[in-house]
Unconditional design. Sequence first.
Length: 347
Amino acid sequence: MNAPGIYYDGRTSARRTVRLSLEGNRLVVAGEGVDLSAELGRLVISPPLSTARRSVRFPSGALCEVSDTRFMDELLRRQGRGKASTAIHRWERSLPLALVALAMTVAVVWGFVAYGIPAMAERVARAVPPATEVSLGRESLAMLDRLVFTASRLPDSRRREISSQFSRMARELPFAMGYRLEFRRSDTLGANALALPSGIIVVTDRLVEMAKSDDELTGVLAHEMGHVRQRHALRHVLQNSATGLVVAAVTGDITSITSLAATLPTALIDASYSRSFEMEADDAAVAYLKRRGIPLKSYAAMLGRLEAEHRKKRGETATEKKKSLGDYFSTHPVTEERIRRVLEAGR
């Protein structure tokens, strides 16, 4: 069995026309001043790849390009690699099989994004040294102060009341690094609360002003404490910085994530937590409120009022709020769903 080919000696760019022949367990190349042979086991034979020309590389560095597919398949077969290479080639040339392979690839990628990245983010977040987390929290708050926050204008007496209430809650919901409550004003964020790394919770003036009772405010604070204890802020930014996450998870160099301090504030402002994060924080708030005997309808009412405020800020009205197809595929639960879960937990 033989086939024509193009020969390169591996030292110059000169090409020569040759003929390759199979003689027992050896491949012989002859033509235009070329006389070369080698055992099949010492050759590097390229597998089939679509319609690309295939090659044979010799131990000396010489290379032959061959367009005869059957001849190259026979070389692979005699090397004991024929079946696998042929099967792969069939997949490449078959549209149905190629579509199956594409679907499998999409499924694997989706599985990694949906489950692999969140699992890695949780593992990395819980391995962050306390000193690093404290630094992230401090730097994030400093950046938020530059971007969206100004000094609180709440009366000192009101801030002392809420701080005292918060201290009682902190004793009942312990966190290794402790909690720290901060009051800020923000025309950009309006009525809002943010949970930062290391236990920092920021409450805006507008949110305090909207609360009609301390019970409503307690529900919001318990929710944010749930975010803190589960390290949702850090996990959220890690999931959205997959490259840094993979490096930290694989190398174990957790301190490398300090570079995320610059992106964490923006991530918290511009994007909502995932559905699972919000549900975990809601569940933490519900558990605390029930333990204290506080009616869950207080927390549900505050959620509804916050949603109305945010719609108003976005220029929407209650009648304009329509559920779209996107709502059903969103990872962030609509407030109506969260309110329903809270009220059902109290039955």
